[in-house]
Design a protein around this ligand. Sequence first.
Ligand code: NAD
Length: 425
Amino acid sequence: MSATTVTTPQELATANPLDDARAQLRAAVELLGYDEGTYAMLATPRREVTVGIPLRRDDGSQEVFVGHRVQHNFSRGPAKGGVRFSEHVDLDEVRALAMWMTWKCALLDVPYGGAKGGVRIDPRRYSPSELERVTRRYTSEILPVIGPDKDIPAPDIGTDERTMAWMMDTYSVSCGYTVPGVVTGKPIALGGSRGRASSTSRGVVHIALAAMESRGLTPARTSAAVQGFGKVGRGVARFLADAGVRVRAVSDVHGAIVADEGIDIPALEAHVDATGSVVGFSGAETLEESLLELDVDVLVPAAVEGVLTAENAPRVKARIVVEGANGPTSPEADMILEANDVLVVPDILANAGGVVVSYFEWAQANQTYWWSEAEVERRLAERMLTTWEQVNSYAGTRRLSLRSAAMAMAVERVVTAHGLRGLYP
Ligand code: NAD
Protein backbone atom coordinates (compact mmCIF):
# COMPACT_ATOMS: atom_id res chain seq x y z
CA MET A 1 0.00 0.00 0.00
CA SER A 2 1.50 3.36 -0.91
CA ALA A 3 0.58 6.92 -0.10
CA THR A 4 -0.81 7.50 -3.56
CA THR A 5 -2.41 4.21 -4.65
CA VAL A 6 -4.49 2.75 -1.86
CA THR A 7 -6.66 -0.29 -2.36
CA THR A 8 -9.73 0.63 -0.40
CA PRO A 9 -11.40 -1.96 1.82
CA GLN A 10 -14.45 -1.57 -0.38
CA GLU A 11 -12.36 -2.74 -3.36
CA LEU A 12 -10.89 -5.59 -1.34
CA ALA A 13 -14.23 -6.76 -0.05
CA THR A 14 -15.57 -9.69 -2.02
CA ALA A 15 -18.77 -10.26 -0.10
CA ASN A 16 -21.78 -8.29 0.96
CA PRO A 17 -21.43 -7.65 4.73
CA LEU A 18 -24.98 -8.91 5.20
CA ASP A 19 -23.91 -12.29 3.75
CA ASP A 20 -21.09 -12.37 6.30
CA ALA A 21 -23.40 -11.41 9.17
CA ARG A 22 -25.97 -14.03 8.16
CA ALA A 23 -23.29 -16.72 7.77
CA GLN A 24 -22.10 -15.98 11.30
CA LEU A 25 -25.69 -16.15 12.57
CA ARG A 26 -26.31 -19.41 10.69
CA ALA A 27 -23.25 -20.98 12.34
CA ALA A 28 -24.40 -19.87 15.81
CA VAL A 29 -27.95 -21.13 15.26
CA GLU A 30 -26.61 -24.52 14.14
CA LEU A 31 -24.22 -24.70 17.09
CA LEU A 32 -27.05 -23.96 19.51
CA GLY A 33 -29.40 -26.43 17.81
CA TYR A 34 -32.11 -23.87 17.04
CA ASP A 35 -34.57 -24.41 14.21
CA GLU A 36 -34.93 -22.66 10.85
CA GLY A 37 -37.73 -20.44 12.17
CA THR A 38 -35.41 -19.05 14.84
CA TYR A 39 -32.76 -18.36 12.19
CA ALA A 40 -35.32 -16.59 10.00
CA MET A 41 -36.56 -14.49 12.94
CA LEU A 42 -33.01 -13.40 13.80
CA ALA A 43 -31.90 -12.88 10.19
CA THR A 44 -34.77 -10.44 9.51
CA PRO A 45 -34.70 -6.88 10.88
CA ARG A 46 -37.75 -5.84 12.88
CA ARG A 47 -38.01 -2.46 11.17
CA GLU A 48 -36.34 -0.58 8.32
CA VAL A 49 -36.84 3.05 7.37
CA THR A 50 -35.40 4.50 4.15
CA VAL A 51 -35.65 8.23 3.61
CA GLY A 52 -34.77 10.84 1.03
CA ILE A 53 -32.82 13.79 2.40
CA PRO A 54 -32.96 16.92 0.23
CA LEU A 55 -30.18 19.44 0.85
CA ARG A 56 -29.98 23.05 -0.27
CA ARG A 57 -26.25 23.57 -0.71
CA ASP A 58 -24.44 26.74 0.33
CA ASP A 59 -24.32 27.84 -3.35
CA GLY A 60 -28.14 27.52 -3.67
CA SER A 61 -28.18 24.26 -5.68
CA GLN A 62 -30.09 21.18 -4.45
CA GLU A 63 -29.07 17.55 -3.90
CA VAL A 64 -30.88 14.56 -2.46
CA PHE A 65 -29.27 11.83 -0.35
CA VAL A 66 -30.61 8.46 0.74
CA GLY A 67 -30.59 7.56 4.43
CA HIS A 68 -31.54 4.42 6.35
CA ARG A 69 -32.31 3.40 9.90
CA VAL A 70 -32.51 -0.34 10.47
CA GLN A 71 -33.73 -1.71 13.81
CA HIS A 72 -32.67 -5.32 13.91
CA ASN A 73 -33.99 -6.46 17.27
CA PHE A 74 -35.77 -5.13 20.39
CA SER A 75 -36.08 -8.31 22.46
CA ARG A 76 -33.69 -7.11 25.19
CA GLY A 77 -34.52 -3.39 25.16
CA PRO A 78 -34.56 -0.29 22.96
CA ALA A 79 -32.54 -0.51 19.76
CA LYS A 80 -29.03 0.99 19.82
CA GLY A 81 -26.46 1.75 17.16
CA GLY A 82 -24.41 4.33 15.35
CA VAL A 83 -25.10 6.55 12.36
CA ARG A 84 -22.63 6.34 9.48
CA PHE A 85 -22.06 9.09 6.89
CA SER A 86 -20.19 7.53 3.97
CA GLU A 87 -20.48 7.38 0.20
CA HIS A 88 -20.40 3.55 0.52
CA VAL A 89 -23.51 3.25 2.72
CA ASP A 90 -26.15 0.87 1.39
CA LEU A 91 -29.11 -0.89 2.95
CA ASP A 92 -27.43 -4.31 3.24
CA GLU A 93 -24.43 -2.78 4.98
CA VAL A 94 -26.73 -1.03 7.47
CA ARG A 95 -28.66 -4.28 8.01
CA ALA A 96 -25.43 -6.16 8.77
CA LEU A 97 -24.22 -3.46 11.14
CA ALA A 98 -27.59 -3.41 12.92
CA MET A 99 -27.45 -7.19 13.41
CA TRP A 100 -23.92 -7.00 14.83
CA MET A 101 -25.17 -4.36 17.30
CA THR A 102 -27.80 -6.80 18.59
CA TRP A 103 -25.13 -9.41 19.32
CA LYS A 104 -22.73 -6.88 20.82
CA CYS A 105 -25.32 -5.49 23.25
CA ALA A 106 -26.41 -8.99 24.25
CA LEU A 107 -22.82 -10.21 24.71
CA LEU A 108 -21.90 -7.26 26.93
CA ASP A 109 -25.23 -7.62 28.72
CA VAL A 110 -26.33 -4.04 28.13
CA PRO A 111 -30.13 -3.79 27.98
CA TYR A 112 -30.47 -2.92 24.31
CA GLY A 113 -31.37 -4.42 20.99
CA GLY A 114 -29.47 -3.51 17.84
CA ALA A 115 -29.86 -0.80 15.20
CA LYS A 116 -27.76 1.16 12.74
CA GLY A 117 -28.23 4.17 10.53
CA GLY A 118 -26.47 5.55 7.53
CA VAL A 119 -26.57 8.33 4.98
CA ARG A 120 -24.95 7.82 1.58
CA ILE A 121 -22.84 10.97 1.52
CA ASP A 122 -19.12 11.75 1.50
CA PRO A 123 -19.01 14.18 4.43
CA ARG A 124 -15.59 15.51 3.38
CA ARG A 125 -17.20 17.19 0.37
CA TYR A 126 -19.72 19.28 2.36
CA SER A 127 -19.42 22.33 4.61
CA PRO A 128 -20.28 22.13 8.33
CA SER A 129 -23.53 24.03 7.73
CA GLU A 130 -24.49 21.64 4.90
CA LEU A 131 -23.74 18.66 7.15
CA GLU A 132 -25.86 20.24 9.88
CA ARG A 133 -28.81 20.55 7.47
CA VAL A 134 -28.38 16.94 6.28
CA THR A 135 -28.19 15.69 9.88
CA ARG A 136 -31.26 17.63 10.98
CA ARG A 137 -33.32 16.54 7.98
CA TYR A 138 -32.26 12.89 8.41
CA THR A 139 -33.17 13.12 12.11
CA SER A 140 -36.56 14.64 11.38
CA GLU A 141 -37.28 11.93 8.77
CA ILE A 142 -36.49 9.06 11.20
CA LEU A 143 -37.94 10.90 14.21
CA PRO A 144 -41.01 8.68 14.60
CA VAL A 145 -38.87 5.59 15.22
CA ILE A 146 -36.13 7.00 17.50
CA GLY A 147 -36.25 8.09 21.15
CA PRO A 148 -34.67 7.20 24.51
CA ASP A 149 -37.04 4.25 24.95
CA LYS A 150 -37.16 3.27 21.26
CA ASP A 151 -33.83 3.58 19.49
CA ILE A 152 -30.77 5.58 20.54
CA PRO A 153 -28.29 6.62 17.79
CA ALA A 154 -24.55 7.27 18.36
CA PRO A 155 -21.53 8.26 16.22
CA ASP A 156 -19.91 5.93 13.68
CA ILE A 157 -17.79 6.46 10.56
CA GLY A 158 -18.07 10.05 9.33
CA THR A 159 -20.10 11.32 12.30
CA ASP A 160 -19.03 12.68 15.68
CA GLU A 161 -20.23 14.41 18.85
CA ARG A 162 -21.22 17.50 16.88
CA THR A 163 -23.52 15.35 14.73
CA MET A 164 -25.05 13.93 17.92
CA ALA A 165 -25.61 17.45 19.30
CA TRP A 166 -27.58 18.36 16.13
CA MET A 167 -29.59 15.13 16.33
CA MET A 168 -30.37 15.70 20.00
CA ASP A 169 -31.38 19.31 19.36
CA THR A 170 -33.61 18.41 16.38
CA TYR A 171 -35.37 15.70 18.36
CA SER A 172 -35.71 17.95 21.44
CA VAL A 173 -37.14 20.87 19.44
CA SER A 174 -39.81 18.57 18.01
CA CYS A 175 -40.73 17.41 21.54
CA GLY A 176 -40.69 20.91 23.03
CA TYR A 177 -38.22 19.96 25.77
CA THR A 178 -34.64 18.72 26.01
CA VAL A 179 -34.19 14.96 25.64
CA PRO A 180 -30.51 14.16 26.28
CA GLY A 181 -31.15 10.39 26.32
CA VAL A 182 -32.15 10.26 22.62
CA VAL A 183 -28.52 9.92 21.46
CA THR A 184 -25.19 8.97 23.02
CA GLY A 185 -21.74 10.21 22.13
CA LYS A 186 -22.88 13.81 22.78
CA PRO A 187 -20.52 16.60 23.85
CA ILE A 188 -19.97 16.52 27.64
CA ALA A 189 -21.49 20.03 27.90
CA LEU A 190 -24.79 18.56 26.63
CA GLY A 191 -24.89 15.56 28.93
CA GLY A 192 -22.33 13.36 27.23
CA SER A 193 -20.41 10.93 29.38
CA ARG A 194 -16.86 11.49 30.46
CA GLY A 195 -14.76 8.79 28.84
CA ARG A 196 -17.20 8.15 25.94
CA ALA A 197 -15.00 9.59 23.19
CA SER A 198 -12.13 7.23 24.02
CA SER A 199 -14.27 4.28 25.16
CA THR A 200 -14.20 2.13 22.02
CA SER A 201 -10.42 2.48 21.71
CA ARG A 202 -9.87 1.85 25.42
CA GLY A 203 -12.04 -1.24 25.24
CA VAL A 204 -10.14 -2.54 22.19
CA VAL A 205 -6.86 -2.09 24.07
CA HIS A 206 -8.14 -3.75 27.28
CA ILE A 207 -9.04 -6.74 25.13
CA ALA A 208 -5.83 -6.63 23.07
CA LEU A 209 -3.71 -6.67 26.24
CA ALA A 210 -5.75 -9.57 27.64
CA ALA A 211 -5.39 -11.47 24.34
CA MET A 212 -1.65 -10.82 24.34
CA GLU A 213 -1.38 -12.16 27.88
CA SER A 214 -3.30 -15.28 26.86
CA ARG A 215 -0.65 -15.89 24.18
CA GLY A 216 2.27 -15.14 26.51
CA LEU A 217 3.11 -11.75 24.93
CA THR A 218 4.25 -8.87 27.15
CA PRO A 219 3.68 -5.31 25.84
CA ALA A 220 7.40 -4.54 25.75
CA ARG A 221 7.98 -7.48 23.39
CA THR A 222 4.93 -6.90 21.20
CA SER A 223 4.58 -5.02 17.92
CA ALA A 224 1.30 -3.87 16.41
CA ALA A 225 -0.22 -2.41 13.24
CA VAL A 226 -3.45 -0.39 13.23
CA GLN A 227 -5.58 0.12 10.11
CA GLY A 228 -7.59 3.34 10.34
CA PHE A 229 -6.69 6.48 12.29
CA GLY A 230 -10.15 7.83 13.09
CA LYS A 231 -12.13 7.82 16.31
CA VAL A 232 -11.26 4.18 17.01
CA GLY A 233 -7.85 3.59 15.39
CA ARG A 234 -6.21 6.74 16.70
CA GLY A 235 -7.08 5.96 20.32
CA VAL A 236 -6.07 2.32 19.84
CA ALA A 237 -2.63 3.39 18.60
CA ARG A 238 -2.26 5.84 21.50
CA PHE A 239 -3.35 3.44 24.25
CA LEU A 240 -1.30 0.56 22.84
CA ALA A 241 1.77 2.82 22.79
CA ASP A 242 0.96 4.03 26.34
CA ALA A 243 0.89 0.38 27.42
CA GLY A 244 4.39 -0.11 26.00
CA VAL A 245 3.46 -1.84 22.73
CA ARG A 246 5.58 -0.90 19.69
CA VAL A 247 3.11 0.46 17.13
CA ARG A 248 5.02 -0.19 13.91
CA ALA A 249 2.48 0.88 11.30
CA VAL A 250 -0.77 2.81 10.95
CA SER A 251 -2.88 3.77 7.97
CA ASP A 252 -5.81 5.90 6.95
CA VAL A 253 -7.78 6.26 3.72
CA HIS A 254 -4.90 8.25 2.19
CA GLY A 255 -2.08 5.76 2.83
CA ALA A 256 0.02 3.88 5.35
CA ILE A 257 3.23 4.58 7.24
CA VAL A 258 5.77 2.39 9.04
CA ALA A 259 8.59 2.88 11.54
CA ASP A 260 10.29 -0.32 12.66
CA GLU A 261 11.39 1.17 15.97
CA GLY A 262 7.79 2.23 16.70
CA ILE A 263 5.83 5.34 15.72
CA ASP A 264 5.81 8.31 18.11
CA ILE A 265 2.01 8.45 18.40
CA PRO A 266 1.62 11.88 20.12
CA ALA A 267 3.83 13.41 17.40
CA LEU A 268 1.78 11.62 14.72
CA GLU A 269 -1.44 12.92 16.28
CA ALA A 270 -0.10 16.48 16.05
CA HIS A 271 0.74 15.84 12.38
CA VAL A 272 -2.76 14.45 11.69
CA ASP A 273 -4.38 17.42 13.44
CA ALA A 274 -2.36 19.77 11.24
CA THR A 275 -2.68 17.92 7.89
CA GLY A 276 -5.71 15.63 8.14
CA SER A 277 -3.75 12.45 7.35
CA VAL A 278 -1.03 10.12 8.62
CA VAL A 279 0.67 10.46 5.21
CA GLY A 280 3.79 12.63 5.17
CA PHE A 281 4.61 12.15 8.87
CA SER A 282 8.32 12.84 9.20
CA GLY A 283 8.87 10.16 11.87
CA ALA A 284 7.98 7.24 9.58
CA GLU A 285 8.39 5.86 6.05
CA THR A 286 5.67 5.23 3.50
CA LEU A 287 4.55 1.61 3.81
CA GLU A 288 4.69 0.01 0.39
CA GLU A 289 3.21 -3.39 1.28
CA SER A 290 -0.23 -4.13 2.72
CA LEU A 291 -0.49 -3.15 6.39
CA LEU A 292 -2.73 -6.17 6.96
CA GLU A 293 0.12 -8.49 5.93
CA LEU A 294 2.88 -6.82 7.91
CA ASP A 295 5.09 -8.91 10.20
CA VAL A 296 3.69 -7.77 13.57
CA ASP A 297 2.33 -9.61 16.61
CA VAL A 298 -1.00 -7.79 16.83
CA LEU A 299 -3.11 -6.47 13.97
CA VAL A 300 -6.01 -4.12 14.67
CA PRO A 301 -8.26 -3.44 11.67
CA ALA A 302 -10.08 -0.28 12.78
CA ALA A 303 -11.37 1.21 9.51
CA VAL A 304 -14.24 -0.53 7.68
CA GLU A 305 -15.72 -3.99 7.13
CA GLY A 306 -14.63 -6.66 4.65
CA VAL A 307 -10.85 -6.08 4.66
CA LEU A 308 -9.65 -9.56 5.66
CA THR A 309 -10.73 -11.94 2.92
CA ALA A 310 -10.02 -15.43 1.63
CA GLU A 311 -7.52 -13.77 -0.71
CA ASN A 312 -5.29 -11.99 1.82
CA ALA A 313 -5.92 -14.00 5.03
CA PRO A 314 -3.27 -16.65 4.17
CA ARG A 315 -0.65 -13.87 4.16
CA VAL A 316 -1.56 -12.41 7.57
CA LYS A 317 1.51 -12.78 9.81
CA ALA A 318 0.07 -11.36 13.04
CA ARG A 319 -0.56 -13.86 15.84
CA ILE A 320 -3.53 -11.91 17.14
CA VAL A 321 -6.18 -9.94 15.23
CA VAL A 322 -8.30 -7.63 17.37
CA GLU A 323 -11.33 -6.36 15.44
CA GLY A 324 -11.61 -2.65 16.18
CA ALA A 325 -13.84 -2.23 13.11
CA ASN A 326 -17.17 -3.94 12.67
CA GLY A 327 -17.11 -6.93 10.32
CA PRO A 328 -13.51 -6.65 9.07
CA THR A 329 -13.10 -10.44 8.63
CA SER A 330 -15.10 -12.54 6.17
CA PRO A 331 -16.22 -16.03 7.31
CA GLU A 332 -13.77 -17.57 4.81
CA ALA A 333 -10.92 -15.47 6.18
CA ASP A 334 -11.96 -16.47 9.69
CA MET A 335 -11.51 -20.15 8.83
CA ILE A 336 -8.11 -19.54 7.25
CA LEU A 337 -6.89 -17.52 10.23
CA GLU A 338 -8.14 -20.14 12.67
CA ALA A 339 -6.38 -22.91 10.70
CA ASN A 340 -3.18 -20.81 10.86
CA ASP A 341 -3.54 -20.49 14.65
CA VAL A 342 -4.18 -16.74 14.50
CA LEU A 343 -6.28 -15.67 17.48
CA VAL A 344 -9.14 -13.50 16.16
CA VAL A 345 -10.92 -11.45 18.81
CA PRO A 346 -14.32 -10.72 17.29
CA ASP A 347 -15.76 -7.23 16.84
CA ILE A 348 -18.78 -7.86 19.04
CA LEU A 349 -16.38 -8.29 21.95
CA ALA A 350 -13.33 -6.23 20.97
CA ASN A 351 -15.00 -2.95 20.00
CA ALA A 352 -17.90 -3.07 22.45
CA GLY A 353 -16.41 -0.40 24.74
CA GLY A 354 -18.31 2.29 22.82
CA VAL A 355 -21.71 0.78 23.40
CA VAL A 356 -20.87 -0.02 27.02
CA VAL A 357 -20.08 3.65 27.74
CA SER A 358 -23.04 4.70 25.57
CA TYR A 359 -25.14 2.66 27.98
CA PHE A 360 -23.44 4.44 30.89
CA GLU A 361 -24.17 7.79 29.18
CA TRP A 362 -27.82 6.88 28.66
CA ALA A 363 -28.12 5.67 32.28
CA GLN A 364 -26.52 8.92 33.52
CA ALA A 365 -28.79 11.03 31.26
CA ASN A 366 -31.88 9.20 32.46
CA GLN A 367 -30.86 9.81 36.09
CA THR A 368 -29.40 13.30 35.43
CA TYR A 369 -26.45 12.21 37.56
CA TRP A 370 -22.86 12.31 36.27
CA TRP A 371 -19.99 9.96 37.01
CA SER A 372 -16.30 10.88 37.10
CA GLU A 373 -14.04 9.78 34.25
CA ALA A 374 -12.25 7.39 36.62
CA GLU A 375 -15.58 5.82 37.55
CA VAL A 376 -16.56 5.39 33.87
CA GLU A 377 -13.19 3.87 33.02
CA ARG A 378 -13.24 1.51 36.01
CA ARG A 379 -16.69 0.23 35.07
CA LEU A 380 -15.69 -0.07 31.39
CA ALA A 381 -12.57 -2.11 32.17
CA GLU A 382 -14.53 -4.34 34.52
CA ARG A 383 -17.28 -5.03 31.96
CA MET A 384 -14.85 -5.65 29.08
CA LEU A 385 -12.56 -7.97 31.02
CA THR A 386 -15.43 -9.89 32.64
CA THR A 387 -16.88 -10.52 29.18
CA TRP A 388 -13.44 -11.51 27.86
CA GLU A 389 -13.20 -14.13 30.65
CA GLN A 390 -16.72 -15.40 29.93
CA VAL A 391 -16.08 -15.74 26.19
CA ASN A 392 -12.74 -17.45 26.77
CA SER A 393 -14.20 -19.91 29.20
CA TYR A 394 -17.18 -20.67 26.89
CA ALA A 395 -14.76 -21.15 23.98
CA GLY A 396 -12.31 -23.22 26.01
CA THR A 397 -14.83 -25.67 27.42
CA ARG A 398 -16.49 -26.21 24.02
CA ARG A 399 -13.34 -26.00 21.85
CA LEU A 400 -14.71 -23.09 19.84
CA SER A 401 -13.13 -20.02 18.29
CA LEU A 402 -13.69 -16.79 20.19
CA ARG A 403 -16.10 -15.64 17.46
CA SER A 404 -18.17 -18.81 17.60
CA ALA A 405 -18.28 -18.58 21.40
CA ALA A 406 -19.19 -14.88 21.46
CA MET A 407 -21.85 -15.32 18.78
CA ALA A 408 -23.38 -18.34 20.52
CA MET A 409 -23.51 -16.55 23.89
CA ALA A 410 -25.10 -13.46 22.33
CA VAL A 411 -27.62 -15.32 20.15
CA GLU A 412 -28.65 -17.50 23.09
CA ARG A 413 -29.37 -14.41 25.23
CA VAL A 414 -31.50 -12.84 22.51
CA VAL A 415 -33.40 -16.08 21.91
CA THR A 416 -33.98 -16.48 25.67
CA ALA A 417 -35.43 -12.96 25.90
CA HIS A 418 -37.54 -13.56 22.81
CA GLY A 419 -38.84 -16.84 24.27
CA LEU A 420 -39.76 -15.25 27.59
CA ARG A 421 -41.67 -12.47 25.88
CA GLY A 422 -43.42 -14.86 23.49
CA LEU A 423 -44.54 -14.23 19.96
CA TYR A 424 -47.25 -11.61 19.45
CA PRO A 425 -50.02 -12.16 18.47
P1 NAD B 1 -13.90 7.30 11.59
O1 NAD B 1 -14.65 7.84 10.44
O2 NAD B 1 -13.65 8.18 12.77
O3 NAD B 1 -12.47 6.74 11.10
C1 NAD B 1 -12.33 5.81 10.07
C2 NAD B 1 -10.84 5.74 9.74
O4 NAD B 1 -10.64 4.71 8.77
C3 NAD B 1 -10.30 7.02 9.12
O5 NAD B 1 -8.99 7.25 9.62
C4 NAD B 1 -10.24 6.69 7.63
O6 NAD B 1 -9.27 7.47 6.93
C5 NAD B 1 -9.83 5.23 7.74
N1 NAD B 1 -10.00 4.47 6.51
C6 NAD B 1 -11.04 4.45 5.65
N2 NAD B 1 -10.73 3.67 4.60
C7 NAD B 1 -9.47 3.19 4.84
C8 NAD B 1 -8.57 2.35 4.15
N3 NAD B 1 -8.83 1.91 2.94
N4 NAD B 1 -7.37 2.01 4.70
C9 NAD B 1 -7.03 2.50 5.88
N5 NAD B 1 -7.83 3.33 6.58
C10 NAD B 1 -9.02 3.67 6.06
O7 NAD B 1 -14.68 5.97 12.05
P2 NAD B 1 -14.58 5.21 13.43
O8 NAD B 1 -15.67 5.68 14.32
O9 NAD B 1 -13.15 5.22 13.91
O10 NAD B 1 -14.99 3.72 13.00
C11 NAD B 1 -14.05 2.79 12.48
C12 NAD B 1 -14.64 1.39 12.59
O11 NAD B 1 -14.93 1.11 13.98
C13 NAD B 1 -15.97 1.17 11.86
O12 NAD B 1 -16.02 -0.18 11.44
C14 NAD B 1 -17.00 1.40 12.94
O13 NAD B 1 -18.24 0.79 12.66
C15 NAD B 1 -16.29 0.75 14.10
N6 NAD B 1 -16.76 1.14 15.43
C16 NAD B 1 -16.79 2.44 15.81
C17 NAD B 1 -17.21 2.78 17.08
C18 NAD B 1 -17.19 4.20 17.60
O14 NAD B 1 -17.46 4.39 18.79
N7 NAD B 1 -16.85 5.18 16.80
C19 NAD B 1 -17.63 1.77 17.96
C20 NAD B 1 -17.57 0.45 17.55
C21 NAD B 1 -17.12 0.15 16.28
